[in-house]
Design a binder for this molecule. Structure first.
Ligand SMILES: Cc1cc2nc3c(=O)[nH]c(=O)nc-3n(C[C@H](O)[C@H](O)[C@H](O)COP(=O)(O)O)c2cc1C
Length: 125
């Protein structure tokens, strides 16, 4: 059954463009295999992530996420059944400040400091 999961976590380091590029490349490769889609936002301090896919895939990802030392204070916000995907086209869309997209990654949707809270609210509400 299709489910969606939303969480927030704190980055353990200041994430650079390279760190984010590598994180997204790894996430997208595995998400493709797990049939997971979603959207990740990095606001310079916290990650907020919406992931959607089969329940077993979300279980596997959650186990991996909890072991990942690139972030801490991982807090589940919601996990619910989903009728359809909201981010069907993205193995993981990504939003952050343009200054953190030095490698021009695909599926990047820039945010700025004025609208970051609004973007996060859209994912978590
Ligand atoms: C903020 C954040 C978001 C992540 N998002 C994903 C993701 O969407 N999919 C994924 O496979 N890994 C994601 N990862 C990486 C996983 O935590 C983990 O390193 C990766 O899945 C490999 O885990 P494994 O060694 O248990 O297979 C994310 C890591 C962080 C810090």
């Amino acid at each position: 059954m299709l489910e969606r999961l939303v969480y927030r976590s704190k980055a353990t380091d200041d994430m650079s463009s390279l760190m984010l590029f590598n994180l997204l490349a790894q996430a997208r490769q595995k998400n493709g295999a797990l049939n997971i889609t979603g959207h990740l936002i990095y606001d310079g301090e916290y990650f907020t992530q919406w992931v959607e896919g089969p329940a077993e895939s979300l279980d596997a990802l959650w186990t991996s996420l909890l072991k990942d030392d690139r972030h801490c204070e991982v807090m589940l916000i919601s996990r619910t059944p989903a009728e359809e995907r909201r981010f069907a086209f993205w193995t993981m869309a990504f939003s952050s400040y343009s200054s953190l997209n030095s490698y021009n990654m695909p599926g990047f949707f820039p945010i700025d400091r004025e609208n970051v809270s609004e973007q996060i609210r859209k994912l978590t509400d």
